[in-house]
Design a protein around this ligand. Structure first.
Ligand code: DLL
Length: 455
């Protein structure tokens, strides 16, 4: 473990203050740099408490545990977690709206809800203590991304039931940064505020960061004339290529952070300045990676579905929640000194995985290729159809103004080139359709890349 004196502590409540900027700043070094043995002890005792709480206070957990013939007291180690049943979005739907709350409503001080696209949303609640935890964890990952009390944090997530804006808002205030609660939409106004208020940190989805870059370009504003230096992006999958594109076009460092409303909102994991995976706050969440088909826990390092158990939440604890997000865990040491496991950038949700002629394809894989090809704009849409019993994929790609819409031969050669790249990288063919600049809808929040026309 890195000795505390070698870390740059910034949390005013932990002021064993230090020197070096070598590792970047660490908000809560005591808890972010625990050695594994201490961490496992802490996780085990917190897990036991959580299980007792849900068993006593949440009828659906009690029922599930009884069905699985396991009582909370029988869970004595982290390995025993595997004996517990999973919790799924369907469980949350069945208990809509408040059936899975583990405290009386008088102790719930905030309600949020997930951005479900179909049916009823899922409702989540926070106690006062949960909000404090959330704020601390947001301060952790924002500090890891490089935000300090000198930053002017421009929050372009929508304020509302979505957890994005509030999570980062309180985290930034906790750090002591100046927060601009801009909310989403009206890109021209966002840019005006960024210019006039000298925003230094941009908080939004990665796809919206590109929308901002497009608008700056169209308005003839040099991004380098803004004060932006760092971006904290999350809430949707994005590739390394997209990171490069955002960094180049906005002239900032782009960092990734991860969360989901059912478990907490943003503040589950985030990148440090080394950007080699997102530090997952294991003193609050226990991660597992499972095979999404069999439900079997996979060995460390393998790619699979992330399952999370909350171990400090009061109002809305989740036991073995299936996130549907596909990722991998890395337990190797990180040069920043934090000791937590790191989750890889998620490839996407298992729900978004397309199976084209038997081959699994994630939209982010297509994105990676598009961003490498000169002439493509970073805006695309995937159309999936079923012909007979086979699924087919069409990739609609925006091309930039400089490209030959009127020259058929060149256009054909460009399509052939892209189709070959897809075939060799994905192992399956995709049809490419070029579309006019600016014709693919832009999103203010999460981008919706897939049009599914399958019956
Ligand atoms: O998107 C919470 C959040 C807000 C995270 C702002 C980060 C920043 P939900 O609306 O419930 O909550 O959606 C959660 O979004 O299961 C993932 O599929 C996806 N997601 C979130 N962060 C990332 C990320 C918020 N960094 C769902 N990379 C999750 C890829 C992400 N996917």
């Amino acid at each position: 473990m890195t000795p505390l004196k070698d870390l740059n502590v910034v949390n005013p409540d932990q002021s064993t203050q230090t020197n070096s900027n070598l590792h970047g700043r660490i908000w809560d070094p005591v808890n972010e740099c625990l050695n594994r043995e201490t961490l496992v002890q802490l996780q085990t005792s917190r897990l036991k408490e959580t299980l007792l709480r849900v068993y006593r206070h949440v009828p659906s957990y009690q029922k599930k545990f009884l069905q699985a013939e396991i009582r909370p007291e029988e869970v004595r180690s982290l390995e025993d977690l595997q004996r517990l049943p999973f919790t799924t979005k369907e469980d949350l739907r069945l208990s809509y709206p408040y059936g899975m709350f583990a405290v009386p409503m008088r102790e719930v001080v905030r309600i949020h809800s997930s951005s479900g696209t179909t049916g009823k949303p899922t409702v989540v609640g926070y106690s006062r203590h949960d909000l404090q935890t959330w704020t601390e964890l947001a301060a952790r990952f924002m500090t890891a991304a490089g935000v300090t009390e000198d930053d002017i944090v421009h929050i372009a997530f929508g304020y509302g039931l979505f957890t994005g804006a509030f999570g980062l808002h309180y985290g930034a205030e906790r750090i002591g940064a100046s927060v601009i609660p801009m909310s989403s939409g009206n890109t021209d106004k966002q840019i005006m505020i960024m210019q006039d208020y000298r925003s230094t940190a941009l908080v939004c989805t990665p796809s919206y960061a590109l929308t901002v870059a497009d608008r700056l370009e169209k308005s003839g504003i040099d991004p380098r004339s803004l004060s932006l230096r760092v971006g904290l992006f999350g809430a949707e999958p994005w590739s390394e290529e997209m990171r490069r594109e955002i960094q180049e076009r906005l002239g900032i460092v782009a960092t990734d952070n991860y969360g989901l409303s059912e478990v907490m909102g943003p503040g589950i994991a985030g990148e440090c300045q080394h950007r080699c995976g997102m530090h997952l706050f294991e003193d609050h969440f226990i991660p597992e990676i499972i095979d999404p088909d069999s439900g079997q826990v996979l060995p460390a390092g393998e790619v699979g579905e992330l399952v999370l158990t909350t171990i400090t939440k009061e109002a809305f604890p989740m036991v073995r929640y299936r996130t549907r997000d596909i990722t991998r865990l890395d337990y190797s040491p990180c040069p920043c000194g934090r000791t937590s496991v790191r989750m890889a950038k998620t490839m996407g949700r298992s729900d978004d995985m397309l199976i084209i002629k038997g081959v699994n394809v994630f939209p982010t894989q297509i994105e990676e290729i598009l961003f490498q090809v000169e002439g493509c704009e970073p805006h695309y849409q995937l159309v999936v159809e079923r012909v007979g019993s086979l699924d087919t994929l069409e990739v609609q790609v925006e091309v930039n103004d400089r490209i030959f819409f009127d020259e058929m031969k060149k256009q054909r050669a460009f399509i052939d080139h892209l189709e070959k790249r897809f075939l060799s990288a994905l192992g399956v063919g995709a049809k490419v359709k070029l579309v006019e600049p600016s014709s693919i809808p832009r999103h203010e929040g999460k981008a919706n890349r897939i049009i599914d026309r399958r019956p």
